[in-house]
Design a protein around this ligand. Sequence first.
Ligand SMILES: [Zn+2]
Length: 285
Amino acid sequence: MLKKLTERVYYKPHFQKTDRPVIGVITGDDFSLVVDAGNSPAHASEFLESIRTESVSPLKFLAVTHWHWDHIFGIHTMDLVTLSHLDTKQRIDYLSTLQWDDDSLDLRVQTGEEIEFCRDMIKLEMPERNHLQFKSPELSFSDKMEVDLGNLTCVIEHVGGVHAQDSSIIYIPQEKVMFLGDCLAPDFYSGDWSYDRNELQLLLKKISKYEVDYYVTSHNEPETYQELWNYLNMLKGIGNIVGADVSILTVKDRYKKVENKIPNEEEITLMEYFINGNIKRGIKN
Ligand SMILES: [Zn+2]
């Protein structure tokens, strides 16, 4: 089932159990563009099946937000003209050279190339992976590109961030909708989950220049401008309170002084992410 977000934007909601991200559809007068390919051939097929009963223009393009498996394993099944950042293309081409059977996945977890969470989700989503096929994006960009779908333009812009340096957003000016992929998520590929205060500032600056009514993040329900920015302002605030510190006790103390209350569970977790980011950058007290 697809959900309608605005006149020209639809989406298939995320599914947490096997880490299926949102798949978006932006439909112009002539063509439609799909956002992200799903995390398996089955996920992409289900999407293609559900689009049949919708009154959208023919699917022509697929824009990939970043290289992580759950956004790209459905590219071959989608069989559309695929657009991505240059680095995303390179990573997809690399992934296509790897073996995806259980033993190979387990080995990559041991060597640190893969993380347990993704390994487990890949196994759950695709118990059988012998026929997993990859397809390299046909069109790549380094900064930004625009796609005309017929009286409807999509802007695809590279924004980066710690979650995946190749992350791009898809913005539809006419609808005031932005697909964010996972760009706001922490880095969970290199050791303890982390945020980098400076990189987050840069990222937020890039996305805040667009006028948006609805944000679509890949593993959540869509949010209004206010809902997302309430969270992001809180996140920024936590980053500022952590500063360059690496001690959770010091940070909690500072929070109490600044906010005049005790931090909640979520805030403490976010403090730890920023602290982990400081540790990764080698900042020592
Ligand atoms: Zn991701």
